[in-house]
Design a protein. Structure first.
Length: 234
C-alpha cells in the first residue's frame, strides 16, 4: 500500500493522558485541546512536504484518528498503547512489510514544526542507508528521526535519547546527519516549554488555542530564546 518513499510517522497518545506535566498550569480539558491543536499543526507542516510519500498517525483515540484522516493521513490503531516507541515501531514494521524506503518519526507535540524544516530532514537521508537526528532543545531527547531503511536503528524517544540514537547509528557503521532545528526542537512538555512557545508569537493553531485559554499569566518567565538552546552549552 505504501510503495517506495519516505513516510512520516506520528505517534499520538490518548487525549486523557495528554501533557500531564502541564497539569499545574492547564486544566485537563485545556491539555486535551492543546494536544488536538498540536497534532493539527504537525499534520499541517507534514502536508506541505511533497517529498513525503505520506503520513501515518498511530493512535487508538477516535478523535485523533478523525483528525488524521481529515488531513489525508493513514491511521494505524495502537491497541496496546505502550508508548510512543512501541507505536512508532509498529508503524515501522508495517512500512517495511509494504516496501517503504524509509520513515520520518516525529512526535505530535512540536507545533512549531514547519514544512521547510521537515524538507531539510527528508533531504538529509537521500542516501541508503542513512539516519538523520533532530535533538530536542531542552533535554537532549530526540524530536525527529529519519531512517532509510525503516529499521536502520531502533527508535527510543525520551530524555537523553539523542545520545542513544547517536550511539546506535555509530554502532551500525553509519555517519549520522544531525540537524538542529528551532521549530521541531521545541516540544511542549513543561511549563517552561509552553512559555517559550507562546513567546514565539507563531501563527499556529496551538498558539491561537492557548491565547484563547488566557494561560499566559499562569506561566513562568522564560529568559532564554528557545532557538539559542541548540547552540549554547548547558
Amino acid at each position: 500500500m505504501s510503495g517506495e518513499g519516505l513516510w512520516a510517522v506520528v505517534p499520538a497518545k490518548d487525549l486523557a493522558q495528554a501533557k500531564r506535566r502541564l497539569a499545574g498550569v492547564l486544566t485537563a480539558g485545556e491539555r486535551q485541546g492543546l494536544a488536538q491543536a498540536m497534532l493539527e499543526d504537525v499534520l499541517t507542516a507534514l502536508a506541505g512536504v511533497p517529498a513525503l510519500a505520506g503520513t501515518i498517525v498511530v493512535t487508538r483515540e477516535a478523535a485523533l484518528a478523525a483528525t488524521a484522516r481529515s488531513f489525508g493521513a493513514r491511521v494505524i490503531t495502537d491497541l496496546r498503547h505502550e508508548g510512543p516507541n512501541a507505536a512508532t515501531m509498529l508503524a515501522a514494521r508495517q512500512l517495511a512489510a509494504e516496501g517503504a524506503a524509509g520513515m520520518l518519526a516525529i512526535p505530535a507535540d512540536v507545533p512549531l514544526a514547519t514544512a521547510a524544516e521537515i524538507g531539510e530532514i527528508v533531504a538529509a537521508v537521500e542516501a541508503h542507508p542513512a539516519v538523520a537526528l533532530v535533538p530536542a532543545l531542552a533535554d537532549m531527547g530526540t524530536n525527529a528521526v529519519a531512517l532509510v531503511p525503516t529499521d536502520a536503528i531502533p527508535i527510543r524517544f525520551g530524555p537523553q535519547s539523542f545520545f542513544q540514537h547517536l550511539a546506535a547509528v555509530l554502532e551500525h557503521g553509519m555517519t549520522p546527519r544531525i540537524l538542529r532545528l528551532a521549530g521541531i526542537g521545541l516540544d511542549i512538555d513543561r511549563p517552561e516549554d509552553l512559555a517559550a512557545f507562546l513567546a514565539s508569537g507563531s501563527g499556529t493553531r496551538s498558539h491561537a488555542y492557548l491565547e484563547g485559554c488566557h494561560v499566559t499569566a499562569r506561566l513562568p518567565v522564560v529568559d532564554v530564546d528557545p532557538a539559542r538552546r541548540a547552540i549554547e552549552p548547558s
